[in-house]
Design a protein around this ligand. Structure first.
Ligand SMILES: [Zn+2]
Length: 375
């Protein structure tokens, strides 16, 4: 892939680097990188890879831009509120660099589609905030032989590692036990806004190094970052011969969704409600099921559904008796993660047929009532 005169001008500072030069820039132009999650990590990674002239960039995200994202997701501005992250991100990257091709994948990566999505890309950058997606992407990359740069953030800390199949350990070698369901997300745990900026930029750095073949990638080295102490640490990690996906006798030979606990519990009696199906249940009000809002008090006070009882997750165990055993209590939170765990706890405590509002109050506000303030 040769560079046009315009591209030579745009990437002049890269061409001046002996290590990159025209040959490296042409590799970048030919590269096809998939970014999983257009959030805090995916934003800076996508912006820098687009600016660097990465020829094809794919953005996977099924979410929409929420005002609380803007504290750290620098791919979006206030004008993108309510828009698809994949689409809004594509528009922003196309404006930044019209020389590249950006593909929006407004979907949730699942076992059923991960092969098809990854097939068009040479390298994957994972910035997903879901543990289940992290394992799915890792397994798919190992099975399809795709290099993967993976980072994660929590409050003031982050970590990053690069996985190249057959050249080092994979994510599962590091964390063999996949805990199922939804990990605490930024809405619950909080995150320093600039933190994903550091980790996402490191992800872009690793991607550029892998594509151009320069430097030493983070293979078998887990790099951690502590923003409060401003310290980086490095941990050596070896490939596990008994790894379920990249080991000597792998038991995972196809990407799979982590059904285990989460899905089994759903089959066992947790109902999943869309905003529209919940709206139908709430009419008439006299026959509506108990509605339990498991967010923190301040979130509840910002705005809640009429008649919702506030029992924060931290108080759920002690206050479980306040929830009627019958009547199919409906649990809600901001985005559906905490309320799903609340359903599981309630089910275990004898509450029959609890229901979860999928997508939480953010989905409700998007589909039913845009005037509902969601903290
Ligand atoms: Zn492994």
């Amino acid at each position: 892939m040769t560079l046009s005169a315009l591209e030579r001008a745009r990437y002049q500072r890269h061409l001046s680097l002996q290590e990159i030069g025209v040959a490296g820039q042409e590799k970048l132009k030919a590269a096809r990188v998939l970014i999983v999650g257009a959030g805090g990590l995916g934003s800076p990674a996508a912006l820098y890879l687009a600016a660097a002239g990465c020829g094809t960039l794919g953005l996977v995200d099924f979410d929409r831009v929420d005002v609380s994202n803007l504290q750290r997701q620098v791919l979006f501005d206030s004008g993108a509120l309510g828009h698809s992250k994949a689409e809004a991100g594509r528009a922003r990257l196309a404006a930044l660099n019209p020389e590249i091709r950006v593909v929006a994948h407004a979907l949730e990566l699942k076992a059923a589609n991960v092969r098809a999505v990854l097939a068009d890309y040479d390298l994957v950058v994972d910035g997903s905030d879901r543990l289940s997606t992290r394992y799915l992407v890792n397994d798919a990359c190992v099975l399809l032989g795709r290099p993967l740069v993976s980072a994660a953030i929590h409050r003031f800390e982050g970590q990053i590692m690069t996985y190249v199949p057959r050249r080092g350990p994979c994510y599962r070698c590091l964390f063999p036990q996949a805990s199922d369901g939804v990990v605490a997300n930024c809405a619950e745990a909080g995150v320093l806004g600039v933190l994903p900026g550091v980790l996402g930029t490191l992800e872009a750095t690793e991607a550029i190094k892998l594509i151009t073949g320069i430097g030493t990638p983070l293979l078998g080295r887990l790099l951690t970052y502590d923003a409060l102490e401003l310290r980086f640490h490095e941990f050596r990690v070896a490939r596990r011969r008994d790894c379920a996906v990249c080991g000597d006798a792998p038991t995972i030979t196809e990407p799979h969704d982590p059904p285990a606990a989460a899905a089994r519990e759903m089959l066992d009696g947790v109902r999943r409600l869309t905003p529209h199906s919940l709206q139908a249940l709430l009419e008439p009000r006299s026959a509506a099921p108990p509605l339990i809002d498991v967010r923190e008090r301040w979130e509840y006070d910002t705005g809640h559904l009429p008649g919702a009882l506030n029992i924060p997750m931290s108080e759920l165990a002690q206050r479980i008796a306040e929830i009627p055993r019958a009547g199919g209590a409906v649990f809600v939170c901001r985005s559906g993660g905490r309320s799903m765990r609340a359903c599981t706890i309630a089910l275990g405590a004898g509450v029959a047929s609890p229901a979860n509002l999928e997508g939480g109050l953010l989905a409700w506000a998007a589909e039913i009532d845009p005037t509902l303030p969601v903290a």
